[in-house]
Design a protein around this ligand. Structure first.
Ligand code: FAD
Length: 392
């Protein structure tokens, strides 16, 4: 390649995004994440920096003040945060809830909410789906929304609603028709944009749940919460269809985070295996040490291809349920395998807090369970792709 060819080549936009995420993340090194992990603190400064740089408004169209990027670039942003040793879980919901608002919200709702979200004045960071008694059987949720004049009155409970204490708005799914009265299993649910700050401590109560990693997750109680009917997204009773695209976006974006985690573990293990000498030679000279690193790399690359395919399919507007599930399954397995390999490569130091490995190990373990557990993905593939009898 000649020098003039290099000069004429347009810079790769994805590479530019990666480079700017990397330079932002460099200001938030391991010590920062370790301190928050110890205190179970929320990374406010990191989220503010991401917002200011426009990354959290990535999916918001430019006409509303956002960056007008696609899910493909959103996945690149989150992957890179994780590859740098950080954690996008503090703020990723703003990206995956966006599709529901963009695709199904009215022009008035978009004009009302999006400019403030893009400017960082409002945070849409909470997604209220899971309930204590329904769990993976989402359609069995029991939180109700009953129309009274120009309001809906909401009663019930959500659990594992992450970032509810650090968000102004929540995308909430509730039952507007009793399950037994709905014509189809998927009917009778509706989606609302709920103002969390307005009713905090009165008709909304939020309790933090301390978990094995730092995740700012909570349980949320609604007691006669009045939500303006204007905050209903789309038509009443069709909410499940509206959040499906959000659930797919969530799976793809979290799969991208898993790829970032896997890259981080692989880079960390490779560097250590080259430098650590035992029996007068680098441990990475032993096949017993280098092969697991090479295998983790191969597994990550294969999963990465699936994540890209899923993001492209989502972006083209086609049905991407299968690809989103495959991406989530393979990427979560790749990050977990890489985590295990990284601890083993480091021997005792894999357990030392200052190496960040045990923190990332705990963080990436979540993705075998949330936002959808491995078994439920396998059940989906068995039924919807392979035509096997429904098992649940
Ligand atoms: C830290 C954290 C953050 C979260 N954040 C959010 C959030 O922001 N918003 C939100 O709505 N939810 C959130 N969740 C909830 C998450 O999506 C659920 O935990 C997940 O979907 C699994 O549901 P469950 O915990 O009720 O498990 P259950 O449904 O009770 O399942 C328990 C186990 O049984 C298995 N199982 C259940 N049924 C079957 C079956 N038919 N066949 C085979 N295996 C089965 C599951 O795979 C799982 O391993 C979060 C969870 C955690 C832990």
């Amino acid at each position: 390649m000649t020098d003039s060819k290099i000069e004429n080549e347009a810079p790769d936009p994805q590479e530019q995004i990666r480079a700017s995420v990397r330079s932002l993340c460099a200001k938030f090194p391991g010590e920062y994440w370790r301190r928050l992990d110890r205190e179970r603190g929320y990374p406010t400064e990191f989220v503010d920096a991401l917002t200011e740089a426009g990354f959290l408004g990535a999916l918001i169209p430019e006409e509303y003040g956002g960056s007008g990027l696609t899910l493909i670039e959103a996945a690149v942003i989150l992957e890179e945060i994780h590859a740098c040793g950080g954690n996008g879980a503090a703020c990723h919901a703003q990206m995956y809830t966006m599709g529901t608002l963009l695709r199904h919200g009215s022009a008035a709702q978009k004009a009302r909410w999006l400019p403030e979200i893009a400017a960082g004045e409002l945070r849409l960071q909470a997604f209220g789906v899971t309930e204590p008694t329904s769990g993976s059987d989402m359609l069995n949720l029991t939180t109700t929304a009953v129309r009274e004049g120009d309001h809906y009155v909401i009663n019930g409970q959500k659990i594992w609603t992450s970032r509810a204490e650090h968000s102004d708005l929540m995308l909430l799914i509730a039952r507007t028709t009793r399950r037994e009265d709905a014509t189809k299993r998927t009917d009778g649910l509706s989606v609302f944009l709920v103002d969390l700050q307005l009713a905090q401590g009165t008709t909304i109560n939020i309790n933090p749940i301390r978990t094995m990693m730092n995740h700012a997750t909570t349980e949320v109680f609604f007691k006669d919460l009045r939500v303006p009917a204007d905050n209903l997204i789309g038509e009443e009773g069709h909410g499940f269809r509206y959040i499906l695209s959000g659930l797919n976006a969530e799976r793809i974006l979290i799969a991208a985070e898993c790829i970032g985690d896997a890259k981080w573990f692989i880079a960390k293990a490779s560097a250590y295996a080259k430098e650590r000498e035992v029996f007068d030679r680098p441990i990475g000279q032993n096949q017993g040490v280098q092969f697991p690193i090479a295998r983790a790399y191969a597994q990550m690359r294969a999963a990465e291809l699936m994540v890209r395919e899923a993001a492209q399919r989502y972006q083209s507007g086609g049905d991407c349920g299968t690809e989103a599930n495959l991406a989530k399954l393979l990427a979560a397995d790749a990050s977990w395998a890489a985590a295990e390999m990284c601890v083993q490569t480091h021997g005792g130091f894999g357990f030392a807090e200052e190496f960040d490995i045990e923190r990332k190990f705990r963080e990436t373990r979540l993705y075998q369970v949330a936002p959808v557990s491995t078994n439920l993905i396998l059940a989906y593939l068995a039924e919807h792709v392979l035509g096997l009898p429904r098992s649940y």
